[in-house]
Design a protein around this ligand. Sequence first.
Ligand SMILES: [Zn+2]
Length: 490
Amino acid sequence: MATKILIPTPLRPFTDKQDAVELDGRTVGELLQGLITRYAALGNHLYTADGKLRSFVNIYVNDEDIRYLQKEATPLNAGDVVSIIPSVAGGSGAVETSSPPTLSPDEVRRYSRHLILPEVGMDGQRALKAAKVLCIGAGGLGSPAAMYLAAAGVGTIGVVDFDVVDMSNLQRQLLHTTPDVGRPKLASAKDKINALNPNVHVETYDTALNSSNALDIFAPYDVILDGTDNFPTRYLVNDACVLLGKPNAYGSIFRFEGQASVFATKGGPCYRCLYPEPPPPGLVPSCAEAGVLGVLPGIIGTIQATEAIKLILGTGEPLIGRFLIYDALRMKFRELKLRRDPECPVCGDHPTVRELIDYEQFCGITGGVTAGPGTITPGNDSISDMTDITPRELKAAMDRGDSLVIVDVREPQEYQIARIEGAVLIPLGEIPQRHAEIDRNLLVVCQCRSGVRSAKAASYLRSVGFPRVLNLTGGILRWSDEVDPSQPKY
Ligand SMILES: [Zn+2]
């Protein structure tokens, strides 16, 4: 009896790009063993060295987590669909409000389509006006979320961000427009929100969220909207929400797939119930590395705003205990059940995390280039001997006619945008299978977009015995700045 296994986007490089695989197996364990027998490279991503399923990978049979069935012994029946749900990085009851403010005649007109909805009405609109929502990030998810929250009449919107608007943000971050390039995102966000609705009080926090400021920043808010694009901040937001008892309207995006849920409500699960630990650094590429469909954060951020508004109104069925997965390519929504884990280290019955911790360290990021274990295969953590070459030095070596090979570890679609003449394209994920194609007698220069992926590739090549491997610092972006301005930056 063949069972269908749905393969998520981050793991498809290991299944010959297939999004579904059919295999025989009487139990989930048998099925997964069959899967990693067929696709050996997947083994490292699903199992630890001692054969345990990794904690940042969840397995579902239909809409149930196998942790709440019979784990890997869960029997399979005809028609069952097994899903692998890894964590991805790149966004109850009514919120208490005491004597909500009244609406001015202008506000009554502005919100008239809300006021005639029985589920909102005057009481609901006043609750929205009294409410405070904090958006973590004014990027892809924060843009639609903040705009719709503002349009809906949420009285106070906080925005945390320290970034500057870049041209490459405009493909999806609709808070910012072309004239804003180079401005702080906070300034741009405040302008747009107040242009849409001057009644909204916008509170800005020009800082990177961290363990020492998160609790103070979160304290005045009713709902936290997680629009972060990295794991340390995601766990920080989760833990701070649990510790303060504030609901977290969660969303995240990857290429064409999005996730949404509501975490950290009273009695409901938190992000750590789903993913107790983050994946090793580098296993899940960021949006900057992997790309993201521009409208995707529009959908997911709007779902987050919807949930925030429902929490404030205390109406409808919030996305608590449900994990929504959206596939833009297939235009499909799936929903998985989530439960609060009594063993959860932060929201469980006997929590071990009682204050905010060092999340960079927790996520295995020790500063600088994040070339941790598990990037390509676990166990290659040798970054200490990293040696770099600058674009100008590389150009000089090429002009001298040095014997070298440039290995471009980006994806083919990036190679089409800009490249160094003569570079050999081997995407990072294919390096373990294809490194034999590289002449190890030559000096190998690894290159990517900004120098992060190529550092991982260089580290890996050294670990498999390449004697001379250098990393091009700053990647093709710096190459374009310093050597060949005809190569467009992206
Ligand atoms: Zn939890």
